[in-house]
Design a protein around this ligand. Structure first.
Ligand SMILES: Nc1nc2c(c(=O)[nH]1)N[C@H]1C(S)=C(S)[C@@H](COP(=O)(O)O)O[C@H]1N2
Ligand SMILES: [Mo]
Length: 497
């Protein structure tokens, strides 16, 4: 059965990673578990949550395979029945996936049949050897050797096959090549230069612009979709005067805008790191929507990705003056595959789950009353403006520091409104205003710093931000669901003599 799973992955690797039964089962698991469990998985494993899920599935499959073997050995076809049930479950999972194609279904069936046949075959071999009369060892030996040969063959196949499948999985490799060949045009409207005064310059702070490899990644895709830019098309559908189609070449030929925008995940806890700031290059979504002509009454755009994931973005946010982009580049390179190559949305001011659709292939103009996005029925709010928040990065919580002036530093954000001030307080004392660095723009995070006199002992330090509309961030501690965490980031500082 293990070999059969590998077989399935191998076939999938050969044809298309999106057919992979394992991915389908994993995807169905991801869709089915309650958001609480998902948050727990993200919290526990961080961005290794997917690896953890795959390993977990591997263990379950190995256990099932062992059980099937034992059953089949005792009674003919009982083990095969286990395989069949597992196969049907896999098939059901494949059928629930958005990209369920004939090939994916055929593959799931084929894999299950192969698993059943293989199991029967192995057990027959084992029984041949096992049923030899005791004392006729001379005859038992060849049967046993045959069984072990088959087993060794199967194991070798599994290992070699697994390695090959893993390699083919890098079918992504093909898309990576295509990505390397993308010639990014110069922006028609370049990102304003970052002033030197945008950096607070405190040792140990995170960079103002997050490097791509360090940028958080959150999505429901178990394997990163490999989308060929040569066949990619974006369709604008729904409540529009005319449907529009856009190819990647056409998109690159548009006058592109480049902006720094800080995007955040609704699952980011207060003080968390599911937030990053990058320089995005893209075409303003409002221009594309203007070509299509949204009909009156429409109030939502439902962007859909190649793997069927959807967000629900207020139409108004995509058509106002902010730079909501159909992005093709991140920090000067084509989007990394895991960040949505070839094209994704970046919308200043909205959490990713209601906006930042990666591998985007459709924008359906619709109404909140008529359509629901992926996360809405799963315990998350239909609307998700990013909440004003702030974070202390230096010193690290719990890390000992010397008595005297202790330098604090961190970031604060109020996307599309801008940050007016950041304040710190020690042991719930009076708020002290921090030195706020210049913003890159209203749509990015701001760095701040403040030297605070601290005496020996344990101290609690808190931070809060106030936006340029005069609104201070919410003090009340609230969890990430349904629409973003609130409360003040609080750290404990151990001051030593
Ligand atoms: N196709 C697709 N796009 C998606 C998601 C997803 O699950 N699938 N998740 C969204 C969420 S919840 C967030 S926070 C951002 C994260 O973008 P990043 O991984 O590039 O940081 O992507 C958004 N875009
Ligand atoms: Mo998110």
């Amino acid at each position: 059965m293990g070999s059969a799973v590998v077989l399935g992955e191998l076939f999938a690797g050969l044809f298309s990673p999106s057919l992979s039964p394992l991915t389908a089962v994993g995807g169905a698991v991801i869709d089915a578990v309650p958001p609480g469990v998902k948050d727990w998985a993200v919290a526990l494993f961080g961005t290794a949550d997917k690896v953890a899920l795959l390993i977990g599935m591997g263990l379950v499959i190995a256990a099932l395979a062992a059980a099937a073997g034992v059953l089949e050995d005792r009674r003919r076809f009982t083990g095969v029945a286990v395989v069949a049930v597992f196969g049907l479950a896999g098939l059901a999972a494949v059928l629930t996936r958005a990209q369920a194609t004939f090939n994916a279904i055929a593959l799931a069936v084929l894999t299950s049949v192969a698993a059943g046949v293989l199991l029967r075959f192995l057990i027959r071999r084992r029984q041949e050897w096992g049923s030899e009369e005791p004392g006729t060892g001379a005859d038992a030996a060849p049967a046993r050797r045959r069984f072990l040969h088959v087993l060794a063959g199967g194991a070798t196949f599994a290992v070699v096959g697994g390695a090959l499948a893993a390699k083919w999985r890098g079918a992504a490799a093909v898309v990576n090549d295509a990505r390397n060949r993308v010639a990014l045009p110069d922006p028609d409207s370049p990102a304003p230069a970052i002033p030197a005064t945008a950096e607070a310059k405190v040792d140990g702070m995170q960079p103002l612009v997050t490097p791509n490899p360090d940028f958080y990644r959150i999505d429901t895709a178990l394997t990163v979709p490999a989308v060929d830019p040569d066949t990619w098309v974006l369709k604008v559908t729904g409540m529009v005067a005319r449907e529009v189609e856009l190819t990647f070449a056409e998109l690159l030929a548009k006058p592109l805008t480049e902006r720094h925008v800080t995007i955040a995940c609704v699952s980011n806890n207060v003080g968390g790191d599911l937030i990053g700031n990058a320089r995005w290059l893209g075409w303003p979504v409002r221009e594309l929507l203007a070509l299509a002509g949204p009909k009156s009454g429409a109030d939502m755009v439902l962007p859909r990705s190649v793997d069927g994931w959807t967000a629900g973005t207020p139409l108004e946010v995509l058509t106002d003056s902010r730079d909501a982009l159909l992005a093709v580049a991140m920090n000067g390179e084509p989007l990394p595959l895991e960040h949505g190559f070839p094209v994704r949305l970046v919308v200043p001011g909205l959490y990713g789950y209601v906006s930042a659709t990666k591998w985007v292939t459709e924008l359906k103009v619709t109404r909140f009353a008529d359509d629901v996005a992926y996360w809405t029925p799963r315990g998350w709010s239909a609307r998700g403006p990013i909440k004003t928040s702030s974070r202390i990065d230096v010193p690290r919580s719990g890390r000992p520091v010397r008595a005297g002036t202790v330098m604090f530093g961190g970031v604060a954000w109020a996307q599309h409104t801008g940050v007016e001030r950041v304040e710190l307080r020690v042991n719930r004392g009076p708020w002290q205003q921090a030195q706020l660095a210049d913003g890159i723009s209203l749509d990015t995070w701001y760095q701040w710093k403040l030297g605070v006199e601290l005496t020996e002992g344990q101290h609690e330090v808190q931070v809060r931000a106030t936006d340029l509309a005069g609104k201070t961030q919410d003090e009340q501690s609230r969890p990430v669901a349904p629409d973003g965490a609130t409360g003040f980031h609080t750290i404990r500082v151990d001051v030593q003599p």
